[in-house]
Design a protein around this ligand. Sequence first.
Ligand SMILES: O=c1ccn([C@@H]2O[C@H](COP(=O)(O)OP(=O)(O)O[C@H]3O[C@H](CO)[C@@H](O)[C@H](O)[C@H]3O)[C@@H](O)[C@H]2O)c(=O)[nH]1
Ligand SMILES: [Mn+2]
Length: 834
Amino acid sequence: MALRVEADADPKGRRATDTDADDVWVAAEEGDMSGASAGRPLLFRTMKVKGSILHPYRFLILVRLVAIVAFFAWRVEHRNHDGMWLWATSMVADAWFGFSWLLNQLPKLNPTKRVPDLAALADRHDDAILPGIDVFVTTVDPVDEPVLYTVNTILSILAADYPVDKYACYLSDDGGTLVHYEAMLQVASFAALWVPFCRKHCIEPRSPENYFGMKTRPYVGGMAGEFMSDHRRVRREYGEFKVRIESLSTTIRRRSDAYNKGDDGVHATWMADGTPWPGTWIEQADNHGRGQHAGIVEVMLDHPSCKPQLGFSASTDNPIDLSNVDTRLPMLVYISREKRSGYDNQKKAGAMNAMLRVSALLSNAPFVINFDCDHYINNSRALRAPMCFMLDPRDGQNTAFVQFPQRFDDVDPTDRYSNHNRVFFDGTMLSLNGLQGPTYLGTGTMFRRVALYGMEPPRYRAEDIKLVGKAVELGNSTPFLNSIPDGAIQERSITPVLVDDELNNDLATLMACGYEDGSSWGRDVGWVYNIATEDVVTGFRIHRQGWRSMYCSMEPAAFRGTAPINLTERLYQVLRWSGGSLEAFFSHSNALIASRRLHLLQRIAYLNMSIYPIATMFILAYSFFPVMWLFSEQSYYIQRPFGTFIMYLVAVIAMMHVIGMFEVKWSGITLLDWWRNEQFYMIAATGVYPTAVLYMALKLVRGKGIHFRLTSKQTEACSGEKFADLYAVRWVPLLIPTVAVLVVNVAAVGAAIGKAATWGFFTDQAWHAVLGMVFNVGTLVLLYPFALGIMGQWGKRPGILLVMLVMAIATVGLLYVALQQDGHSMSFLTRPSG
Ligand SMILES: O=c1ccn([C@@H]2O[C@H](COP(=O)(O)OP(=O)(O)O[C@H]3O[C@H](CO)[C@@H](O)[C@H](O)[C@H]3O)[C@@H](O)[C@H]2O)c(=O)[nH]1
Ligand SMILES: [Mn+2]
């Protein structure tokens, strides 16, 4: 399909795509991968960075390594005898910077791109032999995670371009609310129109909210004549559907009030059929509270037959002609696992594990893909792409998961807080792709089911999977254990099951809180527990066993989601990530103790990923260093001769950025992406990351860590203004350290100017003050987005910020001069310089 959806107004201009990036990437011979067997089709192409870019890039890394070693040697030779403690501390800091730079840089030596070949897949693996997929979506809170996002995600999945009898869609509702349940009923009925419409007219993307929100829509289907009227009709139906979804909570509340009228006892929440809802009630009651309710599983759409079912021709009540369109829908299941007080529900990880088991009895597909509730399928062919890696003769069998980059809608045009995170998604991940593979990033990831069960990769597994003794690890459910061998057959599709009482009992057992007691779930099986970020450690567990993973990026983007554009919300998200990273270091998921199956550079990458926040303690300390210049008559020197010191610093920092420019080049990102990343790193380094380190230290002492705080999704509902969240200031203690750094550095610039004025502009002291100022100004420039953020609505006019800045600097400068000159009567303006 030659379809190309216009990426929504991309403010950063054109990005290199696979096709026009040949000036960077060249095809590579894939000699080193085991398992290649002649005759089976190759389903992906491997690309390496061109020698003319890769060699200088690697050479520069070497040069910088030499430079920092020379720098250290020089510093040791020129010890500061008058400020020994300061000198020693800064030596420790710089040693750590050097070390963490190396950890960060070494895994990037071999960036590799792998391009799925969908045509080859279609050629040899015609739809009949595509394997089954279970699609998992998680949600918790219908308010913080608006139901409208979730229903759009589900609709995009139901309408995906994958054989409809070969996949099933599961929604896990950790809130257990009737709103989600009824929303799924609505989805099931609206899908009967939406999905055939998408098929008939080759609609992209297949999330209706995003589809109808698009401006340009080149028609690529074969029924242009009927398109306009069909489109109008579906659009109207979607509008009505949306109203029903958005009024669900009112409808349910009203219905329940009517049932509860007159009764002064417990107020239940009622389902449409007049029975009380088994999940959480609006007015929480015993057995119907947030952390306390029965498990619920309901198949909302049955698994379809394997033969196409054409729809009806147009008629008065069905104005859309579907007589040539397959109207079958994939299986859709609603799940809310059991919750009981006294059990830690383990948040998302717990939900994923319950879903993994329940799906084993209902569809048991050999592959599983998971999405956060706000991540929809943007490219309807996306589910096919990972199969190019999983089914490829080169190491496909040993590939445990395929990770897609995360792409985001509704980020403010200048991406103030680096939400797009391109440096990470397009840089770091491509590097790992050249090693053992990208890390698991939580959403948009296809897994091999057996890898999730904690099985070894075939490469290290002598025979077929053995089930003897597995009950201890996987829990005591015979039907579940019996399902495992089938779930391991990668060619397997999905066979429909009959949901009877017996099956319902088995499902209830698998969803029960106590099921995992004494088993290996959450440690060696399934998603990993007891950590704020389950994703990276779950991927780590799998890599450690010797599996590999693949990075898969495609155009148009496979999936898209939302990201927090509010400063506070964004910082909390990053706090959770960095806190979770540190927790991983102090757990059984420490990279240093993994088995030898973990590739050396992959191990270094994981090590870097778990300790990166530590370096920021030193960054924070350096950012406060100017305080000493402010309050002391004497100038403190970290290192003498100061001039040479600064030159060295400038050189190694500059070299780091030149290396960064090479990375910008090979990852195909824009300078703005890179710059925002630098800025956001500094913002996090002066607040969030040190806080995470502090938390970790406290946890080691007291045993309580960071908890999973749900990232609330942006809603325009409250103000109607687009990007309203960007201008909302929510003050939290987390902002204070960075504000303090801002203040100190503004003051330092003022003081430096004051100093220069006092001492005379061309003296040594003045020269040093100016050199020091370079760093203060640098810090301020990096923290600029933060300063805009805390200004709230004023942030819309950055001019004000500049005026304030100049005034503050001038005030401090004058104050400094005034204080320094108490004895002397002259003004700095009349002082002769030179
Ligand atoms: O008790 C819970 C809490 C959360 N979730 C789901 O977990 C997902 C991720 O939560 P969110 O707050 O959106 O996290 P983000 O910071 O946006 O997510 C990134 O980081 C997380 C790890 O820290 C990963 O789990 C996510 O997949 C990844 O997108 C959402 O679908 C939630 O519905 C649950 O199912 N149960
Ligand atoms: Mn999210």
